[in-house]
Design a protein around this ligand. Sequence first.
Ligand code: ADP
Ligand code: MG
Length: 597
Amino acid sequence: MRDPPDNRTIRILDPMTVNKIAAGEVVERPASVVKELVENAIDAGARTIRVEISSSGGRITAIGVTDNGIGMSTDDAVLAFAPHATSKISGISDLESLTTLGFRGEALASIAAISKVTLCTKPRGISAVAGTRVVIEGGIIKEQRETGTPEGTYILVEDLFFNTPARKKFQKSPAAEITHITGIIEGLALAHSEISVHLIHNAKELVMTEQSIRLLDTIARLFGNQVSADLIPVDRTVPYVSVSGYISRPSLFRKNQSRMVISINSRYVSSAPITSAIIEGYGTLLSKERFPVVFLSLTIDPTLIDVNVHPAKKLVKLSHEREICTAVREAVKNALLITDLIPAGTVTGSSVVTGLSPPAPHQISYEHARVHSSAVSEPTHAGSSITDRQLRQTELPTGVLPDISLVPELEVIGQVGGIYILASTPSGDLILVDQHAAHERIMYEMVSMKKEGACLSQELIAPVTLHRSARDAAIMRELLPALAEEGFQIEDFGKDAFLVRAVPVVLGKLEQVDLVNEILDDLNREEKERSVSNSERLVRIIACRTAIKAGTVCTPEQCQRILQQLRKVKNPFSCPHGRPTMVRFTREQLDGMFKRT
Ligand code: ADP
Ligand code: MG
């Protein structure tokens, strides 16, 4: 045990210490300074904001922010650094109708308590000749005088954390910090496409947006035309919330959530529930390790939001969170449902044969596959009848689903390698369909649709006993309710044994006990992911296991049936695991490849 300090009387901390402690909450890292200063510039009605960062010797040495906002009078320029000094609210009730990003009056006081700040400012439009310059160091005003300066505000922060050694020690590398700052600036620029934002690091321009009323222009500036071309618009207004912005086609994704940019009432925020709602909206269109690119802005009645959750104001608390999340999920889902999501086929330069040079090794193997495919396109009878039965299972009742399809009419050309169906559209596009992925999608929608009505289960003539390992048996018991919901009647026989009395109709004839075992293996193997329930997982596995396999030779009629069925499903563009079912080479693309343009 440590000895208690000699002097254990309670004392009130001096204001300097209080400020330094409080500053730690607002200014966690250099990026927090950038965020606070840019938010202040936005609140000041700036049309252009310029952020300049310098780094040397392994740390960020200076952060400068220039804006052409309303500026400050001399009195305000000094007062702005006092703790809890703000022009944005005057009482707690103002929080209910907050339209500014700041309101706590803490940022400047906090930043000044732990760094050296130089402020130059002049109010907008009062034709004053001189502005004000204030220098403040560790919270102590060192200089205050008139200065020549343009309208608006310039703030320079140097020597950050000079008097808080513990914080200084834990700083990330400048490269990591700059990455973080870039993310913040992009988020703020996207939430305010009406403002032109520049970010410069050691004289190198990292971010540059122009004032624009169109969010899509800002997106294109920040991330390039290729990204903006792969986005689809979202627009939905329901009670409590209106959702607008852009989301990516499933073919555009990232490995993490870093490009899921959300703003609420023009405040760039992070919100786990809304992020999950967006991912849920994609449902089976994205596989689990992929995240969409999203720029969504939500407008919510300010009385339903509490931004006063954390000093950094990046988190918000929502009342009616469930309704709001549902609206977001549905907005995303519907936007995707009404869009033709066939990804464009891409051909890398090297794989297009342009001259008479000998083919590269992979082209030889391609040649191989083609010869092989024409050899196997004579279907075998046994395979054909199984395929027919599988296709009968998924013959969707007409009239259940709308006749209009997002997939164009497709005419089968043939099958390649027992895997891909080649088809053409009336406009001369070439479509390649992954037959397994396509049939898996059709099967998936069949099975989930059946669930909404009566669940179809068929009894086995003789019940089958399954033996599972002890660990599997434990998992099985947990899954029995979900299995029952899908039409499995399985009894727990104690220890490691289970008696299967009935199985879902879609499993077909029931000499296939292996299939049941395979499904159970899949269920045990696949770890739980995201928000996918057991019964949803089961439906996906059944769809995968009962769909026509890759490598199954299909007759042209069978291919045509697969395509017809695919045109009728709700989500024809991806398999339930998020892989594409088809790829398109447009007529123009083909012409380009053959240099016909
Ligand atoms: P808050 O933003 O919560 O009000 P800050 O400490 O960030 O608190 O700023 C204090 C006050 O200083 C603001 O309320 C505003 O009046 C003034 N201020 C800060 N930055 C600027 C700026 N760039 N332009 C004009 N006024 C500013
Ligand atoms: Mg502020």
